[in-house]
Design a protein around this ligand. Sequence first.
Ligand SMILES: [Zn+2]
Length: 150
Amino acid sequence: MAELPIITFPDDNLRIISKEITVFDSNVKTLINDMLETMYKMNAIGLAAPQVGCNERIIVVDISKEKNKPFYLINPEVIHSSGGIKFPDRCLSLPGIYGDVRRPERLKIKYNDLFGNQLKLEAEEIMASVIHHEIDHLNGVLFIDYLLAG
Ligand SMILES: [Zn+2]
């Protein structure tokens, strides 16, 4: 595994719509492992591939205190969202910036696993917020966009 350099604002790579993964090979697995290592090294709870300069639809998340519940989502897509809840937000790509962002309280997501199988996941509260933040990265959206929008 290798730690990857984090791309920071205003790098154009953060504003690109990332590409769907269609080939589920060992490159995808390597990227996910490297992203997890990078996330843990940076003491973050989530990371999206564009943040390491790779414009592909992959996110990794671990909100556990012990940092022992990693998971990854390939081609994640929100199929249902409800409610709204504000959490303090921050981002490795926006060092030193903090702000409260309102996001859905509950999310239903479909995604692929490493073998290309399509799975579904339901998340709520902080988990929903983190996943929503990371999926935003795949669409070129940053949390400061919400702050600017009021
Ligand atoms: Zn972020």
